[in-house]
Design a protein around this ligand. Structure first.
Ligand code: C5P
Length: 406
């Protein structure tokens, strides 16, 4: 395949971008020379870091000649005056791409191992990381590799490929590195997507709510918060300013502009209303309890020898409150259904006056790392087939951004 040089040059802004190309030990390393060449031809400065194993497949001299920059291989290289090549390099670039990313290197990334220059600078990085895995199909399918990949996805590391086909060892299957032209394109798309929602303020609600019955018990649901947190991450990646209002989850706080922890639906409504006038996009992913107990018991309810009846009172519908107020932000709802998915989701979209409703089956959505989504808007249905939630989140953000195109 020929490289899309013209496309690549045109699609990046004139501002010079800096890519760190990390090369690990795999036969696909030879193809990365073409990628280094293409990137260097455009408005990109390329720094190359190679592992010892990569140097067995292709020489540093090749990359030095193609990029016009010295190639780094040694954590202890003395040319860096402060002996901190790993910090210097990771601070001097806008994005790191590892191609090919071997099974061994993926394992190191997943577990934070830093025993050479490339793995150390990846651990020390403050910029996004893209990886292009390449390995034998059996190594790819090994549960250890799959576990490591799941960790990387959750850490927000983007994967490009691999693809299926004939392998260097003669076997056929999944594990071939994506071709250099597509890797160059992936970097372009990555940069374009980083500007999708620039200057937009987004508020996202996530997780369950908890409605206290007494000081130790409550009404809640099985929502994990994973989808909402993934959308928050994707929105940050797209350049938005993000406020995440979260019910109680077991998840680590993501790197958003503002994080507000709430417990009950009423608290969530108050947190939302506090900021909503300045918000451009409101994405309501939280599984808000529709009811709360009419009167919380001040003391722990004691067991008696008879049944107990709790009186429940209706909670506010946060999304509907926001979406039906004057001058609402662009509102997105999530409908998790156990039956009649599309009919129910569409009815909720109309009732809550939403330009966009995301429909998903409750059994697919709740608690899992993957999901299938159907986006419902005025133009019809858009299916996002089953994929990790972070990938779904990025597609959803892309779809939302189309509503803001001039
Ligand atoms: O629970 P339901 O299926 O109606 O949820 C649809 C949408 O409404 C979701 O986006 C959810 O976050 C929102 N919702 C809400 N307040 C409620 C119930 C649901 O904001 N009390």
């Amino acid at each position: 395949m020929t490289l899309h040089k013209t496309f690549f040059r045109q699609s990046l802004s004139n501002e010079k971008k800096r890519v760190l190309l990390g090369i690990t030990g795999g036969i696909a390393a030879y193809k990365v020379a073409e990628l280094a060449h293409t990137l260097s031809q455009g408005v990109v400065t390329v720094q190359t870091v190679m592992t010892q194993a990569a140097c067995q497949f292709i020489t540093p001299l090749t990359f030095q000649s193609l990029t016009g920059n010295p190639v780094h291989t040694d954590l202890w290289e003395s040319s860096a005056s402060n002996f901190m090549a790993h910090i210097n390099l990771s601070r001097e670039v806008d994005v790191i791409m590892i191609a090919p990313a071997s099974a061994d290197f993926i394992a190191k990334l997943a577990h934070g191992i830093a025993d050479d220059l490339l793995s150390t600078l990846c651990l020390a990085r403050n910029c996004p990381l893209l990886i292009a895995p390449a390995m034998n199909r059996q190594m790819w399918e090994n549960p250890a590799t799959q576990r490591n990949l799941a960790i990387l996805r959750n850490d927000g590391i983007r994967m490009i490929g691999p693809v299926s086909g004939i392998q260097a060892c003669g076997e056929v299957g999944m594990g071939r590195m994506v071709e250099p032209a597509e890797l160059a394109e992936a970097i372009t798309v990555f940069w374009q997507n980083r500007c999708l929602l620039i200057n937009k303020k987004i508020m996202i609600t996530a997780g369950p709510t908890f409605e206290a019955i007494d000081p130790v018990r409550g009404l809640t649901n099985k929502s994990s918060g994973k989808m909402g947190y993934a959308i928050a991450q994707a929105a940050v990646e797209a350049g938005a300013s993000v406020t995440l209002v979260s019910g109680p989850t077991g998840l680590a706080m993501p790197a958003v502009d503002k994080f507000v922890a709430v417990i009950s639906a009423n608290e969530m409504l108050a947190a939302v209303q506090h900021e909503i006038p300045s918000v451009d996009i409101f994405i309501s992913v939280a599984a808000v309890s529709d009811y709360r107990v009419a009167a919380m018991n001040a003391q722990k309810i004691k067991r008696n020898n008879h049944n107990l009846t709790l009186e429940l009172t209706l909670n506010p519908d946060i999304l509907m409150t926001v979406a039906t107020a004057p001058n609402p932000p662009f509102c997105v709802g999530f409908a998790a259904e156990t039956e009649n998915l599309l009919e129910n989701a569409q009815a909720k979209r109309i009732k809550k006056k939403l330009p966009l409703m995301v429909a998903n089956w409750a059994h697919n959505a709740i608690g899992s790392d993957e999901n299938e989504l159907i986006l419902l808007d005025d133009t019809g249905e858009h299916v996002l087939p089953r994929a990790p939630k972070i990938e779904q989140a990025r597609h959803l953000i892309e779809h939302i951004s189309t509503f803001f195109k001039q």
